[in-house]
Every structure is written in structure tokens, then in C-alpha cells.
Design a protein around this ligand. Structure first.
Ligand SMILES: O=C(O)C(=O)C[C@@H](O)[C@H](O)[C@H](O)COP(=O)(O)O
Length: 357
């Protein structure tokens, strides 16, 4: 793994102090023909007022979409493309995505495709969007319940991370974001894993530093491999089964739709168990990781038929080639192996481990 210790944020990512100034300077010097701000129903109420207070430009148009993963669809894009068209957006227009991962993923895709691409800025308002979704230029929508099947990789002009928005975030969404930070620990280093797993949500101490460090980890991976040819696959740790579980729950109305981080948390326990069998990932560490994750994410129930159906969904994973499902696994914390094949019998054993922990 490359040494990522002294990586600095690129000019396009701004963190806390300086974010609003960067936005205002960019807006006043770029000569955009029109500026649009995309919100969802939650960020429209809770985050737009903060944006309005800090943005010196006043004549922007607000677009809004319904909140939640079930609206991350091409239909929502069609509505937004139509609105942009009716409101006279052209190639010198800017779309500012003010929201969590659904808004930044979908808004990034709408901007990347409208008139073959207009400018776009992400202002992530959820923890998950700050540390993960807004960094790296992956954007897109789901195909039915299948996650992120349609999209492009295109970097936004700017990413402005302002942790003040976290005060507007419900607790379960905050915890969901922690899953991706824990993942950064697992793929990056024991030191960062320890820091995130010892985070005290009651005091909130050091949260900003942990967020910044997560962004740096993600940015360093993405800049080494922007198009996910090899190293970037490590950011998908826990996502092979995690995405399948998320899709399965989205598709079955009798089950609660899981937040992305909740599904990835399960996927990480399963992937770490599989790593312990196939790559001798230390058993003691597996137990520690499971304990930390269960501390935030209560156990979900899966019967044999649920697992069978989750396994069927693995064929849609975007890391697959030639019909083979490829997992990211770990030899140790911070030491990963991509393109691993895993027999179904081991996936059943992983669910058994999850159930009995
Ligand atoms: O940025 C990446 O690369 C990641 O894989 C980060 C993931 O945490 C994130 O959920 C991403 O959107 C998943 O990508 P996908 O290609 O598996 O849809």
C-alpha cells in the first residue's frame, strides 16, 4: 500500500473554516449563467437556511427531490433534467448539491449528464456524504433496488465540507456514516481503526479530526486509482454483500429498508469472517471488529431463504468480471487483497457467525 500519511487535501476540497469563503469566491469569479441548488425535503428545511446565511449569492433557484434511497432513481433525474431545461440551465450553469449521499450521488449524475455536463459542487450535509459519497466523483442512481448500477465517475468542481450541518442530522444517519469511517480504518491502518472505534459519541470529542482524516484516506485512494482499476476497489470493503443486503431489504416491504451504513456494517462483519478463513485474518481482531460494529449496529435477522436471495444478488456487483463475483478481503487491518473469489458455502458460514456472535 502506498504511504498516505502526508497527503494533503486537493484545492477542490475545503473543510470547515474557509469552505464558505471558497464557495463565495468561486461563485463571484466563475461567471456562471445560472446557479441551482438541489435539496431534498429534509435538507430544504434544515440545511438550506444555513446555506442561505453563508452564501453571498442570493439569486439562485432551489430544486428539490424526495428524501431517501428509494428516490435515487432515473425518474427523479428526469424530473430534475426537465426542471433545469424549463428554467433555462445551459452549459455555464452550476448545480450545487446540498444533501446526503443520495443528493450528492444523484445530483452529481444529473449535472454530469445534462447537456453532456454542467458544473457541480457538493455540499455534503450527512456524515456519510462528508467522509465518503461526496469525495471521489462516483455518482449515479439505482436500477430498481440494485445499487448504483447507472452512473459515471466525474469529479465535482468543489467539495465543501462543513461539519456544522451534522447538528441537523438524525442519530441513525450519523451512525450510518460511522460505518464508512470504520471501513476506512479497516482498509487503511490500525491507528485510524483504533481512533474511530474509540470515538465517544456522547462527548463527540475529536469528531472533526476523525472526519478530516477519513476524507484524506478516501482522497488518497481515489487519486491513486480514480477509475477503480485496482486500489479503489478497497473502498468497496464490506460492500459486496452489504449492497446485496441493502438491495434485498429495499425490495422486500416486510423488511425495514436499511440505511447504507447499516448494510455495510453487516457486510464488513461478513467480509472479515471470510477473510479470517481465506486469508488468516487474526481471529481475535475479527472478534474485536464484530464487537465494535455490533456496538453501533444492532443485529438483523436473516433466514436461509434471505441469505439465498442475497447471494443471488451478488451477480450485479460492479466489481465482477466474466460472471465471477470478486470480494475485497483483508489479511490484516490495513492489508488488503482484491478480486478474491468466495464459495457460497463460506458466505453461509459467515452469516452463521454473524447470527451467533
Ligand atoms: O468511492 C468508492 O470507490 C467506494 O466504493 C466508496 C463506497 O463506500 C461507496 O458506497 C460507493 O458509492 C460504492 O460504489 P459502488 O461502485 O460499489 O456503487
Amino acid at each position: 500500500m502506498p504511504n498516505r500519511k502526508n497527503v494533503k487535501l486537493p484545492h477542490s476540497i475545503h473543510f470547515n473554516s474557509g469552505s464558505w469563503e471558497a464557495l463565495n469566491t468561486y461563485l463571484s469569479t466563475s461567471g456562471f449563467s445560472k446557479v441551482f441548488v438541489l435539496t431534498d425535503e429534509n435538507t430544504n428545511t434544515h440545511c438550506l437556511p444555513i446555506f442561505q446565511r453563508n452564501c453571498t449569492l442570493k439569486n439562485f433557484e432551489v430544486l428539490s427531490m424526495k428524501a431517501g434511497e428509494s428516490h435515487k432513481t432515473i425518474d427523479s433525474c428526469v424530473t430534475l433534467w426537465q426542471q433545469l431545461s424549463e428554467k433555462g440551465a445551459d452549459r455555464k450553469s452550476l448545480l450545487i448539491n446540498l444533501g446526503g449521499g443520495v443528493v450528492t450521488d444523484l445530483g452529481g449524475f444529473v449535472a454530469a449528464t445534462f447537456k453532456r455536463g454542467i458544473h457541480c459542487i457538493h455540499i455534503p450535509t450527512s456524515l456519510l456524504a462528508m467522509v465518503d459519497a461526496s469525495v471521489g466523483g462516483k455518482n449515479g442512481v439505482d436500477l430498481g433496488s440494485l445499487k448504483n448500477q447507472i452512473g459515471v465517475i466525474k469529479q465535482p468542481d468543489l467539495v465543501l465540507v462543513t461539519t456544522e450541518f451534522l447538528k441537523t442530522l438524525p442519530e441513525d444517519h450519523f451512525i450510518s456514516g460511522l460505518a464508512e469511517m470504520l471501513k476506512h480504518g479497516l482498509i487503511h491502518s490500525e491507528a485510524y481503526w483504533q481512533k474511530v472505534s474509540n470515538y465517544d459519541k456522547h462527548t463527540g470529542d475529536d469528531l472533526d479530526t476523525l472526519i478530516l482524516e477519513s476524507i484524506l484516506i478516501k482522497h488518497s485512494v481515489v487519486s491513486a486509482d480514480p477509475n477503480e482499476e485496482n486500489l479503489r476497489k478497497t473502498l468497496n470493503y464490506g460492500h459486496t454483500l452489504g449492497h446485496a443486503i441493502e438491495s434485498y431489504c429495499l425490495d422486500h416491504s416486510e423488511r425495514r429498508a436499511l440505511l447504507h451504513g447499516e448494510a455495510i456494517a453487516i457486510g464488513m462483519i461478513l467480509a472479515t469472517f471470510i477473510s479470517s478463513v481465506l486469508l488468516s485474518f487474526p481471529k481475535k481482531k475479527l472478534e474485536e471488529i464484530s464487537r465494535v460494529i455490533f456496538n453501533y449496529f444492532p443485529k438483523q435477522e436473516f433466514n436461509r431463504s434471505d441469505i439465498e436471495n442475497v447471494i443471488k444478488l451478488l451477480i450485479y456487483d460492479k466489481k465482477n468480471t466474466n460472471g465471477k463475483v470478486h470480494f475485497v478481503l483483508l489479511e490484516a487491518i490495513g492489508s488488503h487483497k482484491i478480486n478474491c473469489e468466495v464459495p457460497n458455502s463460506l458466505i453461509y458460514s459467515a452469516f452463521e457467525y454473524y447470527e451467533n456472535f
